[in-house]
Design a protein around this ligand. Structure first.
Ligand code: SF4
Length: 256
């Protein structure tokens, strides 16, 4: 299975890669333009200043272009070429806000950008070809996956589920048991962070909506997070769904 198959029904990483390439070219262009515009003024301060500033800004612009090239190649080849972990951090912390702004200017819906960002993040995580033991993995689920009127409280312990089959908790609890993996249901970001701090996993497979996954991926960095979007047939935060098969495929990818 290829890395794209985990999110096959969603916008792929291509949109994010294209916007990222455009943003980085724009940033490099602005840097060089600024240097060119200030060139004359700088020589008035010291004759060597334009040259020194030019070298420094040239290195910064070169690093931006090299980083973009490495990111594109890493996602295209699905292979850790160089500095993938640091590049993932750059995408999450620096490029995502810039690309969300660019998307707004271009009229691209924020959720579409986030779906593509999640696909890009997954691609970078999987390109590291991690092989993690089941006891260091954590599956994190949103509370809304549980059937709204189920009387069992599975937030503290998912194994309390009676396996009636009316919601996806049934299959997910079975899957976690099969592989011996920790699985938690979190009612919000604060509880999710608490679970991660307590369990100290090496990788998290998180199920949520675009907004929660994006902020979760940001908050958890450098901890790798594979994001799986939930389905919302009844609208947001109510009786949401996720295909157990997608989680199974993601687990097989990271368990080696
Ligand atoms: S599968 Fe489990 S959690 Fe879902 S409704 Fe049935 S008992 Fe409740």
């Amino acid at each position: 299975m290829g890395t794209d198959d985990i999110q096959k029904k969603l916008p792929g990483k291509q949109l994010f890669v294209a916007l990222m390439g455009f943003t980085c070219l724009l940033m490099a262009g602005v840097i060089l333009l600024l240097w060119w515009a200030q060139n004359t003024g700088l020589s008035g301060i010291h004759p060597l200043l334009p040259k020194v500033t030019g070298i420094v800004l040239g290195i910064v612009a070169g690093a931006i272009l090299l980083g973009t090239f490495l990111l594109v190649m890493t996602t295209m080849l699905g292979k850790d070429i160089l500095f993938t972990r640091i590049l993932r951090g750059t995408v999450i912390k620096l490029l995502l806000p810039a690309i969300e702004f660019l998307g707004k200017v271009l009229g691209i819906p924020r959720d579409t950008i986030r779906q593509s960002f999640i696909a890009m993040n997954n691609s970078l995580v999987l390109s590291q070809r991690l092989s993690i033991k089941p006891d260091r993995l954590l599956i994190l689920l949103p509370h809304c996956i549980q059937l709204f009127d189920c009387e069992i409280k599975v937030t503290g312990d998912i194994n309390k589920c009676l396996r009636c089959g009316r919601c996806d908790i049934n299959g997910l609890a079975d899957l976690a048991k099969k592989y011996g993996i920790d699985i938690s249901v979190a009612t919000g970001g604060t509880l999710a962070r608490k679970v991660i701090t307590e369990k100290r996993p090496k990788l998290v497979i998180a199920v949520a909506c675009e907004g929660d996954l994006t902020s979760g991926i940001k908050d958890c960095y450098p901890l790798p997070v594979l994001g799986i979007l939930n389905e919302r047939p009844f609208g947001p935060c109510f009786n949401t769904r996720v295909e157990t098969q997608k989680i199974d495929e993601a687990l097989k990818e990271v368990m080696g």
